[in-house]
Design a protein around this ligand. Structure first.
Ligand code: ARG
Length: 562
């Protein structure tokens, strides 16, 4: 139920629609302090129209407004402050959550239109980096948020499985590779080969040339090179799959860069036809001088295509295949120039839908203030981080709750949840400091804290022998109001998270909700009061439901015992 909207409708009526409901709705504020009510309407906007002081208008309006959901309406200076009727509102909110359960807070804005989300997208034969982890968990959460807003998300893993580096890798493998070693440890072996190639290329100029040649042959469909490439890809995907399994993330498509090889000529032709291609040092580029940007490289002098060309083909393919309403790219901010160029080139070529493409950037993962890299020595293989988190959780649970059944499953859910939540609680574009200790703190702002609060709700419900029904659902007590007030805001949070493509809105909300629940728990003896027991358990159940749904949106499990 949208209480703000109800207030707006009443106000619009009271001012004879001098302002329409939507305009009124837009200016309604949420007072910072609870003693100023639940919503406030500033009367400045009417002063000009009525040539009256805002304070006077506020007084008049306050006297006029009446509604069964309003406890009182009072004027404070130029503001009309409205207090919701706690008992009536609690009844409405609680019955809504109880009826809708995991559908609570959903809306139909998207009307089932497709939203393609380019996420994760690691490079074959290279380590899965912290950046790829961020892209995976942020992208997955944004997909869930899209769905909650009525869209149909399409999760696409745009694998980096094409490009000149595969020519180099093929050369390196033929020279120094060992089949058995690659089978055992595909990514680390292939990375070693790739590094060796670059080391030796410093004093052997013929290597670079051989690499270029091998890639050209690959692009021309050479059988042997193709077989090698296919094998590297398969082995790499196998390793990535372990990480996706751990994270619980699934994809609708793995169409990566290689998927577009046969769709590239059409792109070059199209650009040619629209007279956008210019020769520059034998290469073909699209100039972006007016925009004061470097040219977008489309084709090298030897005919090889580039990252940008493949992304052009990709964008067009996605529009044709999915007819997206939005096309999101969850990729680190280092690639901002690339995505700006991409969009501009498409716009120049006359594709209006390029407007709907959005580069959703994110900050870096830091350790001790420095970028965590997989290149310069301190290789942090993500799988290690994840299994580490699970093991540490297992130890904590062994100490805290040794008799817990399903210990293994819970350790998994909590350990992984800790890593995911630590990433998502930060505003998306901020950098994140990596700290296993901080992630696993059961009392901090962590995934485990939320999961623990959720499990605590369930233990209360078990003790109170609760079963969801709609009896005795009014809860007027002051102490419950902060929770109810948050429950009522969930739908707004879901909308905001979508508008800003920002999962941290949901993460922060879940923390607030858990905190207010724990405060309530500390101050109110939930089960001891006969009169209120049932209503309080409804509140606990509703809170558990919304917490669980928030966790689900973020990609976390919510065990009922831990
Ligand atoms: N594979 C790239 C990388 O690891 C990311 C690809 C992002 N998606 C895209 N459509 N360009 O840097």
């Amino acid at each position: 139920m949208d209480f703000k909207q109800i207030f707006a409708e009443q106000l619009a009526g009271a001012i004879d629609h001098v302002l329409e409901v939507e305009e009124v709705n837009k200016v309604i504020e949420k007072p910072r302090k609870q003693n100023l009510g639940d919503f406030a309407f500033p009367c400045f906007v009417l002063a000009k129209h009525w040539k009256k002081a805002p304070n006077i208008i506020a007084n008049e309006l306050a006297a006029k407004l009446e509604h069964s959901l309003f406890e009182k309406v009072e004027a404070v200076g130029p503001y009309v402050n409205m207090f919701l009727h706690k008992e009536a509102v609690s009844k409405l909110i609680l019955s809504e959550v109880l009826q809708q359960r995991d559908q609570y807070g959903s809306n139909t804005t998207g009307q089932q239109a497709a939203v393609t989300i380019d996420l994760s997208s690691p490079n074959i034969a290279k380590a899965f980096s912290m950046g790829h982890l961020r892209s995976t968990v942020i992208g997955n959460a944004i997909a869930n948020i899209a769905e909650k807003n009525g869209y149909r998300p399409v999760r696409i893993n745009h694998l980096g499985d094409w490009g000149t580096q595969f020519g180099k890798l093929i050369v390196a493998y033929r020279k120094w590779g060992n089949e058995e070693a690659v089978r055992q440890n595909p990514i680390s072996e292939l990375m070693k080969l790739y590094l060796r190639f670059h080391e030796e290329a410093v004093h052997d100029a013929s290597l670079e040339e051989a690499g270029r040649e091998a890639f050209k042959q690959l692009e021309n469909g050479d059988k042997d090179n193709f077989a090698l490439w296919e094998w590297f890809r398969e082995e790499s995907l196998h390793e990535f799959a372990r990480i996706y399994d751990l994270l619980g993330v699934q994809f609708d498509s793995f169409a990566g860069e290689a998927f577009y090889t046969d769709k590239m000529d059409a792109v070059v032709e199209m650009l040619e036809e629209k007279r956008l291609l210019v020769e520059s040092d034998g290469a073909k580029v699209v100039l972006l001088e007016k925009e004061e940007l470097p040219p977008c490289l489309i084709q090298k002098s030897d005919g090889a295509t580039l990252y940008a060309t493949r992304d052009l083909a990709t964008a067009i393919y996605r529009k044709n295949e999915y007819d997206f309403a939005k096309s999101l790219y969850v990729v680190g901010s280092e690639q901002s120039l690339h995505f700006t160029q991409l969009k501009l080139v498409l716009q120049k070529a006359g594709f209006r839908w390029a407007e709907d493409m959005e580069h959703v950037t994110f900050g870096m993962m830091l350790r001790n203030g420095k970028k965590m890299s997989t290149r310069k020595g301190h290789v942090v293989l993500l799988e290690e981080v994840l299994t580490n988190a699970i093991e540490l959780t297992q130890k904590i649970i062994e100490e805290k709750n040794p008799s817990l059944i399903e210990k293994e499953k819970v350790s998994h859910d909590v350990g992984i949840g800790a890593v995911i939540f630590h990433d998502l609680k930060h505003f998306r574009t901020n950098d994140v400091e990596f700290s296993m200790e901080a992630m696993l703190n059961f009392d901090g702002e962590t995934g485990p804290y939320l999961q623990y609060t959720h499990a605590r709700c369930h233990s209360l419900l078990r003790k109170g022998e609760y079963s969801p029904n709609t009896e005795a659902i009014e809860l007027g007590e002051e102490e419950a109001w902060p929770i109810l007030s948050l429950l009522k805001d969930f739908d707004q949070v879901v909308k905001l998270a979508w508008r800003e493509y920002d999962p941290s809105k949901v993460a922060r909300y879940a923390l607030d909700l858990a905190r207010s629940l724990n405060q309530y728990y500390a101050h109110v003896h939930i089960l001891s009061d006969k009169k209120n027991k049932q209503a309080r358990l409804h509140l606990i159940y509703a809170t558990a439901t919304v917490l669980k749904e928030s966790l689900r949106i973020l990609g976390l499990q919510a065990p009922i015992e831990m």
